[in-house]
Design a protein around this ligand. Sequence first.
Ligand code: GLC
Ligand code: GLC
Length: 814
Amino acid sequence: MKFGYFDDLNREYVITQPDTPLPWINYLGCQAYFGIISNTAGGYSFYRDARLRRLTRYRYNNVPMDFGGRYIYLRDDESKEFWSPSWQPTRHELEDYSCRHGMGYTVIGSSYSGIEAHTRYFVPLDENLEIWQLTVTNKRATKASISAFSSIEFCLWDAQDDATNFQRNFNTGQVEVEDGVIYHKTEYRERRDHFAYFACSEPGAGFDTQREAFLGRYRSWDKPATVEAGQLTNSIAHGWSPIGAHQVKLDLEPGETRQIVFVLGYHENPKDQKFDPAGSQIINKKLVKPTIAKYLDPKNADAAFEQLRQYWESLLGIFQVSTPDIHTNRMVNIWNAYQCMATFNMSRSASFYESGIGRGLGFRDSNQDLLGFVHMAPARARERILDLAATQLPTGGAYHQYQPLTKRGNNDIGGGFNDDPHWLIIGVSAYLKETGDWSILDEPVQYDNEPGSEQPLYDHLQRSFHYTLARLGPHGLPLIGRADWNDCLNLNCFSDTPGQSFQTTTNKEGKVAESVFIAGLFVHAGRELAAIANRRVLGAEAASYLAEAAKMESVILEHGWDGEWFLRAYNDFGGKIGSKECEEGKIFIESNGYCTLAGIGLEDGKAASALAAVGEHLATKHGIVVQQPAYTRYYIEMGEISSYPPGYKENAGVFCHVNPWVMIGETRLGHGDLAHDYYSRINPSAREEIGDLHRCEPYVYAQMIAGKDASTFGEAKNSWLTGTAAWNYYAIAQWILGIRTALDGLEIAPVIPTSWPGFTATRSYRGVVYKISIERKGEGNQIALTVDGSEIKGNIVPPPTDGRKEVTVTGILS
Ligand code: GLC
Ligand code: GLC
């Protein structure tokens, strides 16, 4: 069952039924001011940090679902009926409801009793504000008197505190109202120099800023007393819960359309210019007023929207493909690239599933996310890399996350995950391959944000690599530390106390538990680092990385091999994990996927054997599960992985993030059909038809799909902010379609389905546009390349040396 459809031409997903199985969301903003918006206008806004600078309130895990939002009410002042054109919060019946989620904007609207209304929500580029453009049309044959109401609920900035510290918060709320603009200034009197504002383009017939005055006692947002009565009360909030609501009266002739613009924004004043007049307690509004006035003018709002459209047009234009598969095209050209940008902006911090207060930007997550967005935002990728590296510890280890506002690392969600440092090498390598900007390696970067500790970024990569060499276990495999990529494989934790966090509770300084996954990652990272070292003419150093990688590879083949597939790990007692000898958890995806991705066992058939076993034991019609058999009870020596009921999350769920490792592994074996088949099983667009089972948005990846052991097999959860976005994008673009960035140019090595006659692509790379067409003449993956009419040797197209800005590449597969 579907709840809408893709409008590919407009790059929109159109939802046609408001009660989707879960809120289907979109993101507004792409720089510093952000919002989450659902298909019924639920969601919230924040400036930079979803916890510390939350502008509006949202109630997670509430009933009804998805409450708190950017709500509009319309009231027919003759019949006194009122409704919300976005369905929530009134949930009144509607005609022609639609929600168009587009690139950085959302339009929600409907008709009711001859009144058509749509609101377009977006955040202009380079501004810390959001615009709501409400358009109301009278489709009746008679005049209509309509009151339009806007409403938001302010959050008292720190979202965590806002939801818990009521004895203080009920006293601190403050607002000002001037010229119809509502200013939210809680704590501005003391240490904050920022405030929020909510403005309306039309002369107001009233406002409210105190929640209770607006809603009435014991009422909710579905039935505010003021909206029912048709008149706001001009309340001023003193403590309690400040809100912002405007009322505008519209007298509409038959056929007449009117537009009202609302602007909600964030502003920071210089510390010494907070008040006007100086010495008073009144907000200095001089600096913000021009911005407010600008965007209340619909012409300027439209122009800003057009700029946003062009911004996305140019980002997505960097890589466009046309293949025989519509789901591939749609995801690569539009939605997967778009999701990669959202994951880059938010990491795992704010979604319908991440409350915006628990997690900052993850070290390993953000590094991996680079794979998906570096081509669209190289300058920001550079900055992100340097920020991440600056949180690295002098040991080469890493904090697991950092907070975007302070850019400092912390241990709030644990530390000592021994895979973390290697992702920095993978991320930097992706950046170098995309940009060729070798200067980044010489950038001085602090350790642990300590002034004076600066070393070139390259030094950070060296320490990342050596971190593992200094932490090898009894078999010569890397010690796992707190966990590796799988946060929930906690082999040193032994937690027996309810409520303890597996990630932050005291961990044993284990010297036995080893990870075959980290070993595979180490081999991969070591070879990437060697290639980088070679370019810096550090031949001997490169050779030593290669030697260490080769040594680790042989350790894996000796101690990390179970006969048919790669082992997953050794536990604290030296026992095997992910082996035939185990009762449960005999085979895992991570080690098998990553080792083959890294090219381990390609020559001696081990890679082929491992992936065949993955196909046999782990692959399902809804994707590849993490392990089998699922853990049916809690194993204290395994940790969180066995805390999940079978089929969910790391305990044998389809963790979509890691499926691409197997896809890439299959391409390394030359299996284009299977690689693309695996790709399609979790491709959200290809799952649109089963929307009632899948339940999450059909336009973005979810972190997880319930595995075959779960009673909800096939149901997705945790959409949007997941490493799945970057890895799937990387797998399809660079390995299946095979348009791959290399240090010296663009490599063309497709491993596509045998049934495809070919495909075409456009790729902008280092300032040159590559027009690529691939034609299949035989069933294999051998490619012969012609560049601007001349055959070239090998499959790397070097950048043109004669200043050409466009090259035509033809590839014949045989
Ligand atoms: C989540 C985490 C990621 C981790 C994965 C597996 O996606 O953000 O860091 O690798 O779960 O546990
Ligand atoms: C895991 C999640 C991971 C998170 C960990 C700790 O289930 O997949 O993202 O880091 O739990 O909460």
